[in-house]
Design a protein around this ligand. Structure first.
Ligand SMILES: [Mg+2]
Length: 231
């Protein structure tokens, strides 16, 4: 049971709906266009180097991805990069922005069941591009499940403290549910809150981190397992 918890915060991408799989698909299509310049794995490594270097200026999401993928293509192909290659690369990247954001199995039912308890304030906390995240929330049909939506550039202790301040609670009253140990779990545990980790099958290399045990860490396999802890 979540002792003293009054605010449940939820990550969105790869917790409520799939997202990383769309990036993988765009990357696969990009690699097909760029097959003269390396294997999928080699190209992905190059792309990640560019993304990591751009992270501070561009942040996370589909648009920064698109800039990085074009930058990497130019670096690899130079003037051999043609208009039709660029067109195909952009088209593949644009697909990420059209994520239908269909809720993962059990997500809608579980959120509605928790809401019906009237025991928690429910917050959606996601990082990335404002417009893209707003569109996904709208398409998911889940907006009505949340009392507050917070879209930030990052998810570190700073943003979690901001959330606590907005909600008028101490970090000990916050539980965060998400797939990324690095962004959703570790900072909240560090502040004294609760972390509920639901690992996703596909994880971006930037989100990979060392995991650890903690008395306020709960690991669950599927979203509906949450119901065993919030009753
Ligand atoms: Mg996530």
């Amino acid at each position: 049971m979540l002792e003293n918890v009054s605010v449940l915060a939820f990550d969105a991408d790869d917790t409520l709906w799939n997202n990383e799989t769309l990036f993988r698909e765009a990357e696969r299509k990009w690699a097909a266009v760029m097959s003269d310049y390396g294997t999928l794995e080699e190209l992905s490594d190059k792309l990640y180097e560019t993304e990591a270097a751009n992270m501070k200026e561009l942040g996370f999401g589909a648009k920064p991805y698109l800039i990085s993928v074009l930058e990497t293509s130019v670096a690899l192909a130079g003037d051999a990069l043609t208009g039709s290659m660029v067109g195909e690369i952009i088209a593949a990247g644009r697909e990420i922005m059209r994520n239908p954001a269909t809720p993962l199995p059990g997500v809608r039912e579980t959120l509605e069941a928790i809401r019906a308890l009237r025991r928690y304030r429910m917050v959606l906390l996601t990082k990335g591009d404002l417009l893209d995240q707003e569109h996904k929330l709208e398409r998911s049909g889940l907006a009505g499940c949340f009392d507050r939506v917070m879209i930030t550039s990052d998810k570190s202790c700073k943003e979690y403290l901001q959330l606590c301040e907005l909600e008028g609670i101490g970090p000990g009253s916050l539980a965060m549910v998400g797939n990324s140990f690095k962004s959703d779990i570790a900072p909240v545990l560090e502040l004294g809150g609760w972390g509920i980790h639901i690992p996703s099958s596909v994880m971006w290399v930037h989100e990979k981190t060392e995991e650890f045990e903690h008395p306020q860490l709960i690991r669950i396999k599927v979203f509906s397992d949450l119901l065993s802890y919030v009753g």
